[in-house]
Design a protein around this ligand. Structure first.
Ligand code: CP
Ligand code: NVA
Length: 316
């Protein structure tokens, strides 16, 4: 099943089946436990990752770039002002040109259709480094972190408090695949789109995961094994930030909300955090918070993903 990933793209968590997710997490775990072997073998030596950004980034840029360094390859950062995606030339031409230089392409874009277009036209694997609709690399790191902290994924109760955004969508798809029950608690009008929930529920049929959308964060948090949140206003929605603050009041992970969850509940946030909004500082630093493991795990999960897509994971 891991061999089946070679040459493919990762645009959506829907692209991966449960076995493929586990293969990525298992390899990520081995790479994390033993950095020396991968570094010595340099499995991506001579290979380049082209990183296309339409939006800002700390973790995505640095984790991919540091990951390529560790695996013996090289990453090129293409800032929003460099290629001017959608303005200077067609997405098709960008995909075809980058494919002549790079072994892998990673793209962070506004419209999900842009990263789909890149993947359609590229002749090398394309990785979605966040679109307005999904953030699959984040969810691979999240699942790795949850498994590290909780020892398993299937049967856990995951709760996401906040905006029904790209991260929430990918979390629902990922949870559905691995059999983690998942509840999204959003203010009315900010829930994930109904068709996305329907799709996640269809995907969850095989794994028996229960996917729910509710409007009460405290009730949702009851007995949670995982409490997750993300910013109230995503990149591209900055102009809505003030208005959203009013709608999202109460949709915060704080010490009070944590009291509703299991004492062992893992606190997660994909970061960047807006302390005092979707999470307060004490909860972010609580003993069960794994937010910085989560950030580190971006690199290990993506390294595993890149090795499998590039067909370079043998012996690791
Ligand atoms: N979590 C995440 O994707 O962070 P960046 O936006 O900093 O890349
Ligand atoms: N939902 C956030 C995630 C940032 C990593 C955004 O799209 O801005």
């Amino acid at each position: 099943m891991a061999a089946g990933l070679q040459g493919r793209s990762l645009i959506s968590m829907r692209d991966l089946d449960a076995g493929e997710i586990m293969a990525i997490l298992d390899l990520a775990g081995r790479l994390k436990a033993d950095r020396q072997t991968a570094q010595r073998r340099a499995p991506l030596a001579g290979k380049t990752l082209a990183m296309v950004f339409q939006k800002p980034s700390l973790r995505t840029r640095v984790s991919f770039e540091a990951g390529m360094t560790l695996l013996g390859g090289h990453a090129i950062y293409l800032a929003p002002t460099d290629i001017k995606l959608g303005q200077r030339e067609t997405t098709e031409d960008i995909a075809l040109v980058l494919s002549r230089y790079a072994a892998l392409i990673m793209a962070r874009v506004f419209g999900h259709d842009i990263v789909e277009d890149l993947a359609r036209h590229a002749t090398v694997p394309v990785i979605n480094g966040l679109s307005d609709f999904e953030h699959p690399c984040q969810i691979l790191a999240d699942l790795l972190t949850i498994r590290e902290r909780q020892g398993r994924l299937a049967g856990l109760r995951g709760v996401y408090v906040g905006d029904g955004n790209n991260v929430a969508n990918s979390l629902m798809f990922g949870a559905a695949r691995v059999g983690m029950h998942f509840t999204v608690a959003s203010p009315k009008g900010f829930e994930p789109r109904p068709e996305v929930v329907v799709q996640a529920r269809e995907m969850a049929r095989a794994s028996k995961a229960e996917i729910r959308v509710v409007n009460d964060p405290a009730a949702a948090a009851a007995d949670a094994d995982v409490l997750y949140t993300d910013v109230w206003a995503s990149m591209g929605q900055e102009h809505e930030a003030a208005q959203r603050r009013a709608h999202f009041a109460g949709f915060q992970i704080n010490m009070e909300l944590l009291r509703h969850a299991k004492p062992t509940a893992t606190v997660l946030h994909c970061l960047p955090a807006h302390y005092g909004e979707e999470i307060d500082y004490p909860a972010s630093r609580a003993p069960n918070s794994a937010i910085f493991d989560q950030a580190e795990n971006r690199m290990h999960a993506q390294n595993a993903l890149m090795l499998l897509l590039a067909g370079a994971a043998e012996g690791l």
